[in-house]
Design a protein around this ligand. Structure first.
Ligand code: AP5
Ligand code: MG
Length: 215
């Protein structure tokens, strides 16, 4: 089963993807994570993407679609894909259709996490992750159970994203409204869109997503 998790910055796409990977053995394909890895490694893609990401703007359609294409081609056909943060524009949505068709896959669900934008700034500026395994946390909503120690791997080192400041978050939200939200009607016409209350507690959001996958 292949699904898209759609929602503005901070909606919980990464958090819910991690849960789906654990519960259902699916694979998370996050273009944001792939781009951050490329920036860290200093690859040609990373060099192109770094400043664009720091401004909160979108990286070119071609770069992100190529990343998804390569990752999907390397996946076994039995593993379901969770598209996290992709597609984000109409050309990316078209590219994904072509990539899925080439790989003999189809989209089962597009799940939109509905959230209150004002609360998102708080969520994003409070976000941090484990420097070793990438597990996601929040200062107040989702701290590690043992303060300063990662629940998943026991590491004591954490990091914050350079684009997680209020100014950049506002730009990321603007990009979402202008370029990403308009791809939803195309998926609605196919009858594959479901909506989940992304403001609910993390476990409740996960239950709602699981109910959609069973439907
Ligand atoms: P990307 O990494 O995709 O960032 P984003 O879309 O802005 O989304 P986030 O990762 O910020 O939020 P999320 O929905 O994953 O929330 P999370 O689960 O972490 O993209 C970054 C940049 O890369 C873009 O700006 C662009 O430049 C570039 N890029 C990436 N993909 C691209 C593409 N396809 N095309 C072009 N450019 C692209 O949760 C946030 C926080 O809230 C966490 O602290 C979490 O613990 C907490 N939280 C989560 N759920 C809940 C809940 N239910 N209740 C309370 N707290 C919660
Ligand atoms: Mg994310």
């Amino acid at each position: 089963m292949n699904i898209i998790l759609l929602g503005p910055p901070g909606a919980g796409k990464g958090t819910q993807s991690a849960g789906l990977v654990e519960r259902h053995g699916m694979r998370q394909l996050s273009t944001g994570d792939m781009l951050r890895a490329a920036v860290k490694a200093g690859t040609p893609v990373g060099l192109k993407a770094k400043e664009v990401m720091e401004r909160g703007e979108l990286v070119s359609d071609e770069i992100v679609s190529d990343l998804i294409d390569a990752e999907l081609a390397a996946m076994g056909p039995e593993t379901g894909a969770i598209f996290d943060g992709y597609p984000r524009t109409a050309p990316q949505a078209d590219a994904l259709d072509a990539i899925l068709a080439r790989n003999g896959r189809s989209l089962a669900h597009v799940i939109e996490l509905e959230v209150d934008e004002d609360a998102l700034v708080e969520r994003i500026t409070g976000r941090f992750s484990c420097a070793k395994c990438g597990a996601l946390y929040h200062d107040t909503a989702n701290p590690p159970s043992n303060p300063g120690v990662c629940d998943s791997c026991g590491s004591t080192e954490f990091k914050r994203r350079p684009d997680d400041n209020e100014e950049t978050v506002r730009m990321r939200m603007q990009e979402y409204r202008a370029k990403t939200a308009p791809i939803l009607p195309g998926y609605e016409a196919r009858g594959i869109v479901s909506r989940v209350d992304g403001m609910a507690a993390i476990d409740a959001v996960a239950d709602a997503i699981d109910a959609i996958l069973r439907s």
